[in-house]
Design a protein. Structure first.
Length: 409
């Protein structure tokens, strides 16, 4: 019989409330680090989306669901009856007053007061701002230790230069008890914003997904990576942090030099798809655009790739780079301040700036022609990823981190 939502899986164990995007595979991967450990874990979901039905972590859902959700693992701000969405009866009954709207922030405050988590971990700066506002509005300061995890470079790299955003960002970051990041550049920015040294988590830097199952990926290698002819482009979409159009231009420039090959384009959005249709027919026939695909399928494609193509304008340490290292694919990445301290161009990776098609084309041409580089990088990178991003080792560090925080709470 399935335990009801209110029942903790490890009675008496530390309680951790995560706040973040329920639809994000990064969220699932990080929270799943604690699977099987002696913690009671729940997620308070931001209003942007829903978790997968088969993800069994107890989740407070604040987005409107089109179908009924499992009451054993989902508590909903909204419930569905027929075609009409209504506030769940139990939520309304507990509301502070009949004339006061039940909002996600108000519900979060009530969850914190009633469940009394030892640790509140916000996944990303947006989640941190959301919790900070609820904390201020509903007097939650001191209700558990607050961990704020910044996402790659997107959270801080450009925003901290904007005086208005910088002030707000600094206020939120200074209020947390511990700051986590996947790169040390974010800690440099945090110090400049007045975050005390003792708030910088001693387990950082740590990948935002909780690391890579290196053995699982490495075991799926088949022969030498130089025998592969697939280029995997994980972020074939337009966003502020990476641009797709220069990559399309690069493919046109080097197409004849990199044959034979196939380009697997993941997470392709509408804007990138428009440019895909503008490609010359031979290039277009060699490219395979995909929308969102399951993470397991993306990792399978990584083990089939010779090259992992991920030029970007802003980034932390890309999780796709670590995955490529475990799978044996040669990363083509941009020489960003968050990446250069970890790798050497021409040895572990090939560097190419995102806005320079000629650089991307040159890197692709070398990656598809230089068998010795691809195979030697695969050997060196396997040792590197074991050292800095092995999921088993990171799990042990994260569990110890939470146990120490909960004991102090």
């Amino acid at each position: 019989m399935t335990a009801p939502f209110a029942a903790d899986t490890h009675p008496g164990g530390p309680r951790i409330l995560f706040v973040g995007l329920a639809e994000s595979s990064h969220t699932h991967s990080w929270v799943d680090l604690l699977e099987g450990a002696d913690f009671n874990v729940r997620l308070f979901a931001m209003p942007s989306g829903l978790p997968p039905d088969d993800w069994r972590v107890r989740t407070y859902v604040t987005a409107q669901a089109a179908a009924p959700l499992d009451p054993a693992t989902r508590a909903c701000l909204y419930a569905r009856r027929g075609r009409a969405l209504r506030f769940a009866k139990r939520v309304v009954a507990r509301a502070a007053g009949a004339d006061r709207a039940v909002t996600p922030a108000r519900w979060l405050a009530r969850v914190v007061r009633e469940w009394r988590p030892h640790v509140i971990h916000t996944l990303g700066l947006d989640a941190g701002k959301f919790y900070f506002d609820a904390r201020q509005s509903y007097g939650l300061a001191g209700a558990g230790k607050w961990v704020l995890q910044t996402r790659g470079g997107a959270d801080l790299a450009l925003a901290h230069l904007d005086p208005e955003a910088r002030g707000r960002m600094g206020e939120v970051m200074r209020a947390c008890d511990r700051l986590l990041s996947d790169n040390l550049e974010n800690f440099r920015i945090a110090r400049a914003l007045g975050v005390a040294e003792e708030k910088l988590a001693d387990i950082a830097p740590v990948p935002g997904t909780g690391g890579v199952d290196v053995d699982a990926l490495a075991s799926r290698r088949r022969g030498e990576p130089s025998a592969r002819r697939t280029i995997l482009w994980p972020k074939a979409y337009e966003c502020p942090w990476s641009k797709a159009l220069p990559v399309f231009e690069a493919l046109k420039l080097c197409w004849e030099r990199i044959q034979p090959c196939a380009v697997e384009m993941l997470a392709t959005d509408a804007e990138a798809r428009m440019w895909y249709w503008s490609l010359p027919e031979p290039v277009r026939e060699g490219c395979r655009p995909h929308e969102r695909i399951p993470r397991a399928r993306a990792l399978e494609l990584m083990t089939e790739a010779r090259v992992m193509l991920a030029p970007s304008l802003v980034d932390g340490v890309p999780n796709s780079m670590y995955e490529a290292m475990a799978a044996g694919a040669l990363p083509v990445v941009s020489p960003l301040d968050t990446i250069r301290p970890l790798v050497e161009g021409g040895r572990n990776v090939l560097f190419a700036r995102n806005l320079y098609p000629e650089e991307i084309a040159a890197a692709l041409a070398r990656a598809m022609a230089d068998d010795a580089l691809v195979d030697s990088a695969a050997r060196e990178n396997l040792a590197l990823v074991r050292r800095v991003a092995d999921r088993g080792e990171i799990r042990a560090r994260v569990i110890d981190f939470y146990e120490r925080l909960a004991a102090r709470g």
